[in-house]
Design a protein around this ligand. Structure first.
Ligand code: A2P
Length: 274
């Protein structure tokens, strides 16, 4: 998604440097691979958001102006801290620097959450599918920890496709930890199916999820016989190509794209990639 920063340029200052606008303090950083890391920041007291939404976060550039990008909040709406899951791009304007943050550092966080990957954008259904590639997992890391997900649906299926096995690790650990979660552990039991696949390294399940849908493998693996608009709702988050291929598959199955203003059967959002 292309988002321009609406804030005016920082005016010229004399004297001590101004406090960082909308600052949030980093509490924890985990590096998963040489291309992936996650981090947490203190939650601004006034910030309310719906699980699945994104906010603008970033750092100040050398010229004192903020450099911001849209990041899905990976923690659920009830959490005390905000978690983010990010790619590291060595020449990326933001992530080349953001990857070096440490606990105690401050980032900029604009407290205006928005997004389409929210329960409000879907009509009631029986099953919900969260389809993700790469860091597109982030909004679903939030939604699989939200009690509403299990209250609203009989079955919750999270698919995550990455090139290599190590890139699945953040999601795998998160899913494994859910049964121990005091708030939602009991709700999750039996309802959540996790379906990780890789495309460029050997693993238990290989292939693009689009291929596994088209040839029926996904449905036979999960025992789903009746995928369609009466029963199924879907949220999609990944690269542009992934999103458009998924849209075509879902539309072909009879699902229609929804929005906050007009809920329907599926919603799509582009994962942050740069
Ligand atoms: P593949 O390795 O076959 O390209 P990327 O790192 O390029 O964003 O890709 C992340 C994962 O998403 C990879 O496993 C990749 O598979 C898969 N992928 C990329 N594009 C599509 C698409 N159009 N449909 C389904 N899966 C895709």
């Amino acid at each position: 998604m292309t988002v321009t920063d609406p804030s005016p340029a920082t005016p010229a200052q004399t004297g001590p440097a101004p406090a960082l606008p909308d600052a949030a303090t980093v509490t924890d950083v985990t590096h998963w691979t040489d291309r992936l890391f996650s981090f947490r920041v203190e939650r601004p007291k006034s910030l309310r958001f719906r699980s699945g939404e994104f906010v603008m976060i970033g750092l100040l550039k050398d010229d004192g102006k903020p450099l911001l990008r849209a990041y899905s909040i990976a923690s659920p709406a009830w959490a005390d801290e905000l978690e983010f899951y990010s790619i590291k791009v060595q020449d990326g304007p933001l992530t080349s620097r953001l990857q070096h943050i440490q606990p105690g550092d401050q980032i900029i966080l604009r407290p205006k959450p928005v997004g389409t990957l929210v329960h409000d954008a879907l009509l009631p259904g029986k099953r919900i599918w969260f389809f993700s590639t790469g860091t597109g997992l982030a909004p679903f890391a939030s939604l699989i920890r939200d009690p509403q997900t299990y209250e609203d649906y009989d079955q919750v299926i999270l698919t995550h496709t990455c090139r290599e096995v190590a890139e699945l690790e953040y999601g795998r650990r998160l899913v494994e930890s859910l049964s121990e979660d005091p708030l939602i552990g009991e709700m999750v039991g039996g309802k959540l199916a996790y379906y990780p696949t890789t495309t460029r390294e050997e693993s238990a399940k290989m292939g693009r999820i689009t291929t596994l849908m088209e040839d029926g493998t996904l449905f036979s693996d999960l025992g789903v016989a009746d995928f369609g608009p009466e029963t199924d709702r879907a949220m999609v988050c990944g690269s542009l190509g992934f999103n458009s291929d998924m849209k075509a598959l879902l539309e072909r199955a009879g699902l229609r794209e929804g929005a906050n203003s007009e809920p329907a059967e599926y919603v799509v959002e582009k994962a942050f990639v740069g």
